[in-house]
Design a protein. Structure first.
Length: 249
């Protein structure tokens, strides 16, 4: 995603996010009673990372009445490929060890793209407002094999160490290939030392989003080399206020 400042980035995210519909009091109560702190392989953030006030509220304390406090410690004890083609599916065994009681070992299916070093980049081409046009972003409409429909998304692709020096370049290349745009100011929406946002809770893949401000049409007038599955791609610009309709074909 591309924006001139943190404030502008926040405005873009807010504009593209559907409004939250409040739950009735009874529903909120029922929902809150089912909430449990989810565990991750990352350590709990420290006060120095967020500031004391934010650190105190960043994550809820564990529920002492939880009948299965397995999240006290979790270790990957096995991690073997079970299937490999475009995706690789890993048979992962995780051992959960509480402070008191016996350890529990569970098998998980975890997916990832080892050929992409388990990471990819997302380019958000942003076109600032002018005197005659509102601010816009460029999106692509392409075939999605899961739901078997055409869907809207931002240009994105996996990191290829044979073609890319880093994820920033990966984002620029994907924007040129899919959206036929080049140049512009590239702004990473995550810090340089950030490990990347998890794609899915059951995936090893991570991604980094890059806001690319004011890119221009490719001089050639056509897309850079595309993969076979990318020939269905359509390119369009949308104004920031556009919401729900983009979620559907």
């Amino acid at each position: 995603m591309k924006i001139l400042s943190v404030c502008r980035a926040a405005s873009l995210v807010q504009a593209c996010t559907p409004p939250v519909v409040p739950l009735p009091a009874q529903s909120r109560s029922q929902t809150n009673s089912r909430i449990r702190m989810s565990s991750t392989n990352s350590p709990r953030p420290t006060a120095s990372a967020f500031g004391q006030a934010e650190a105190d509220t960043a994550l809820p304390a564990s529920n002492v009445n939880d009948p299965h406090p397995w999240h006290e410690r979790f270790d990957i004890t096995e991690d073997q490929p079970a299937y490999q083609r475009y995706f690789t599916v890993y048979d992962r065994v995780v051992t959960f060890t509480p402070d008191v009681g016996e350890a529990h070992s569970l098998h998980y299916d975890v997916v990832g793209h080892p050929n992409c070093s388990f990471c990819f980049a997302v380019a958000i081409p942003f076109h600032p407002a002018t005197e005659t046009t509102p601010a816009q972003v460029t999106m692509v409409r392409e075939y999605a094999q899961g739901p078997n429909i055409l869907m809207y998304c931002f240009p994105s692709g996996g990191f290829d160490k044979r073609k890319h020096t880093d994820l920033r370049q990966c984002a620029e290349v994907e924007m040129a290939e899919e959206a036929m745009l080049v140049g512009g100011e590239v702004v990473s929406l995550l810090s340089e030392d950030h490990p990347g946002q998890s794609e899915l809770k059951w995936s090893r893949n991570t991604f980094k989003p890059f806001l690319i401000i004011d890119p221009q049409p490719a001089p050639s007038g056509h897309a850079a080399t595309r993969d076979a599955e990318e020939h269905t791609i359509e390119v369009l610009r949308v104004t920031i206020p556009v919401r729900g309709p983009l979620a559907y074909p």
